[in-house]
Design a protein around this ligand. Structure first.
Ligand SMILES: C[S@@+](CC[C@H](N)C(=O)[O-])C[C@H]1O[C@@H](n2cnc3c(N)ncnc32)[C@H](O)[C@@H]1O
Length: 270
C-alpha cells in the first residue's frame, strides 16, 4: 500500500483507526481502504453512522459559537480528530478574532494533519496526548502558550469519551480536567448511546463489535451515565439532549431519526 505524504512514517497503515474511520463517515479523504472497510462493516449494522457524525459536527459548531457568544474564546478540544472543513478553530476564529484553540488527540494521523493545517496559525496548536493523562495536556507547552487557565475555557470532549473504557476511568479524567478550569468555563460533550437509535439494540451491537474487533472499543453509555460527566457543572439549557435538539439554528424540518442517536450537552462551571 502506498503511503501518502500526510501519513506519518510511524503509523501502521494496515490497522484501522477511529479518527480515519470517522473521517470516512464525514466524506473526508484522510482514510485508507482498511479504515473504509471497517466503516462499511459498522455501517452494515448502523447505516446511520454518517448522519450521526454530521449531527455531531453540527452540534460542535453551534456549541463553539455559543461559547464565543458567552465570552469564552479559549478552546481545549480533546479527541479533536482529523481537521476537516469547519473545525473548532475555523468556527471559533470566524466568531472571534481573539479565539485560541488547542487540539489534543492520541492518533498520529490526526496530530500530523492538525500540525499541517495549523502550520501558519499562531493562535491554534495541537498536542499529541491521551485524554486519560490530564496533567500532560494541562502542562503541555501548547496549552501553557495559548490558554490562560485563570480565565474561562471551553473544554470540548466531542465524540471521544465513548472510546474510553470504564477501566481507564473517564470520569476521573473529566473531573481532573474540570478542576483545572476557571469559573465560567464550559464543558461541551457528545457521547454515543443505544438510547435514541432507531433500531433494536441487538442489531446496533453489531457495530459495537466491529470497533471491538479493531481494538478500539466503542462504549455505549446510558443518558444517566453520560449525565454523570457533568458533575460539578450547571447544565446550560436545554440540558442533555439528542444532538440536533441542542439549540438548533433553525426549527428542524424532516429530522433524520438517525441524528437523534446519542446525546449532547454543555455545562458551565459555577
Ligand atoms: C470520532 S472522533 C471525534 C473527532 C471530533 N471531536 C469531532 O467530534 O468531530 C474521536 C477522536 O478521539 C480520539 N481519541 C480517542 N480516544 C482518545 C484518547 N484516549 N485520548 C485522546 N484522543 C482520543 C480519536 O483518535 C479520534 O480522533
Amino acid at each position: 500500500m502506498e503511503r501518502p505524504a500526510w501519513a506519518p512514517r510511524s503509523i501502521d497503515i494496515s490497522v484501522p483507526s477511529v479518527s480515519r474511520i470517522y473521517d470516512y463517515y464525514l466524506g473526508g479523504s484522510h482514510n485508507f481502504e482498511v479504515d473504509r472497510e471497517a466503516a462499511r462493516r459498522a455501517m452494515e449494522f448502523l447505516p446511520g453512522l454518517p448522519k450521526i457524525s454530521q449531527a455531531n459536527r453540527a452540534f460542535m459548531r453551534r456549541a463553539v459559537r455559543y461559547a464565543v457568544a458567552e465570552g469564552v474564546t479559549q478552546f481545549l478540544d480533546i479527541g479533536s480528530g482529523i481537521p476537516t472543513f469547519g473545525s473548532a478553530h475555523e468556527v471559533a476564529r470566524a466568531a472571534s478574532p481573539a479565539a485560541r484553540v488547542v487540539y489534543v488527540d492520541h492518533d498520529p494521523v490526526a496530530v500530523a494533519h492538525s500540525e499541517a493545517v495549523l502550520a501558519d496559525n499562531d493562535d491554534a496548536d495541537v498536542v499529541a496526548a491521551d485524554l486519560c493523562k490530564p496533567q500532560e495536556i494541562l502542562h503541555s507547552l501548547q496549552v501553557t502558550r495559548l490558554i490562560d487557565l485563570d480565565r474561562p475555557v471551553a473544554l470540548l470532549l466531542v465524540a471521544v469519551l465513548h472510546f474510553v473504557e470504564d477501566a481507564d476511568d473517564p470520569y476521573a479524567a473529566v473531573a481532573e480536567l474540570g478542576a483545572a478550569l476557571a469559573p465560567g468555563s464550559l464543558l461541551v460533550l457528545t457521547h454515543a448511546s443505544y438510547e435514541g437509535i432507531p433500531m433494536p439494540t441487538e442489531r446496533a451491537e453489531g457495530a459495537v463489535d466491529v470497533y471491538k474487533d479493531i481494538r478500539n472499543p466503542l462504549i455505549m453509555r446510558s443518558r444517566d451515565e453520560i449525565g454523570r460527566f457533568f458533575e460539578g457543572y450547571d447544565m446550560v439549557e436545554p440540558g442533555l439532549v439528542p444532538m440536533p435538539r441542542w439549540r438548533p439554528d433553525t426549527a428542524p424540518e424532516d429530522e433524520d431519526p438517525w441524528a437523534l442517536s446519542g446525546f449532547a450537552g454543555v455545562g458551565r462551571r459555577p
